[in-house]
Design a protein around this ligand. Sequence first.
Ligand code: SF4
Ligand code: SF4
Ligand code: SF4
Length: 493
Amino acid sequence: MSKHNGNCTTCVRSGNCQLQNLCIDFSLDTDLYERYHDPEKKLEWKEGYPLIRDNDKCIKCMRCIQICDKVQTMHIWDTIGTGKHTRVGTFDGRSIHHTDCTLCGQCITHCPVGALRARDDTDRVIDAISDPDIITVFQIAPAIRTAWGKPFGLDEKTATVNRLAGCLKQMGADYVFDTSFTADLTIMEEANEFLVRLQKGDLEKYPMFTSCCPGWIRFIKKQFPTLVPQLSSAKSPQQMFGAVMKTYFAEKIGVDPEKIFTVSIMPCVAKKAECDMNSMKGATGKNDVDVVLTTREVTRILKKEHIPADRVKDAPFDKLMAEYSGAGVIFGTTGGVMEAALRTAYFKVMGENPPADLFKEVNGFEGHGKYPWTEKEFELKGTKLKIAVVNSLGHARAVCDAILREEVKYDFVEVMACPGGCSGGGGQPINTEDEERAFTRGLYLHELDKEMPLRFSHENKDVQKLYEDYLKEPLSEKSEELLHVKHTLEFTD
Ligand code: SF4
Ligand code: SF4
Ligand code: SF4
């Protein structure tokens, strides 16, 4: 406590802080900081950066260094100084925006106090909702349904995604959708792209990599630039949503896209940077996704706005993009994108649906054979497909190294930067019990998939209508323009 500024009333971790819990347990007097702290030079931080460090709260437990070094292998943090002046900062004292930080947010979720946090964008959303001239459109990522209700005392069965939609509507949202809809759209584009690239012989040496995780995109750009051309050109479901929202949807409801303000609710910190990338802007040069709120921020905004989440009733998603499949739901966990893509690729090649659970073994929960990732082989009409699924950046580094050494050869690889995938994302609620919840949350998404009447992305009627009325077909000129990007090596592009 002598090192920790205990201004708990304004701290984002108040009520969810291991140090605060210990102070209560030991009846500790919390003015120790005032009495003993030794003022150090204030750490300079880039304003507006999605990840924020406050060294006035850092208790030097070194967990951020451990998770970033040992699990994510990024070495962004380091100790600076010696003896009683030792503190934690960026490696080599670089400005955070000059490091290769992937914004996976794992150091935030492993920090026991509020020394690391994500940028708070809740006020921007409240301002948009309060403006009568602005139409606010929300999308909720698949992994949110595994975690958002915990701070309200709701388990995942009662904290349904439709209850969250009800809360957002009560808060004043004009339209609410599930990102699982554009997860289905992503599959239509990505599965078709995969088959085209496979037939063209593009994947003979190196595989195609999934592109829906911005933490992974930041990682590959800086750590394995030679593999960047192997990334799928498909935008992430969040960005596809923003793009169709400000074109197709605006046209259908007859409003000027400039009046639409899109908010994503994501389990992710890297998405806050993804929506600001130049390639993610619409024809007018403005963001397709205006603001990203993490799962933690959605708790904060509902509390700020006094929405009684435990008493709010489920609300349906809005028309035009209401439908989604179980394949879209499992995007929120490791292996989900691959499984969903294989279901649709099978249909495309064989002309009929596979048994819905044919590819269930591709989930990334296994990965404990020879390698710390999952690998499987399938046959589609005489063509052998070898795929791999990997989660966490340390394992992503291992698979990329093995591919470049030509020790392994795959056709398609799914990568998610966070351990367990988005269900363990850096924007998810932080638990102070030191218990890893990503995999149980992931299993819950698989349960939901099994209960869905619709299991295949290509059977999503609203996605079919979007193609019929607007995009024409996967990989059409319009689809390429709105839903695909050309990857560069820059974080900002
Ligand atoms: S966000 Fe991820 S890559 Fe960046 S410092 Fe934290 S753990 Fe390391
Ligand atoms: S995890 Fe948090 S408290 Fe621990 S050293 Fe890192 S910033 Fe400081
Ligand atoms: S795994 Fe999910 S939560 Fe983590 S960085 Fe990637 S998209 Fe974000």
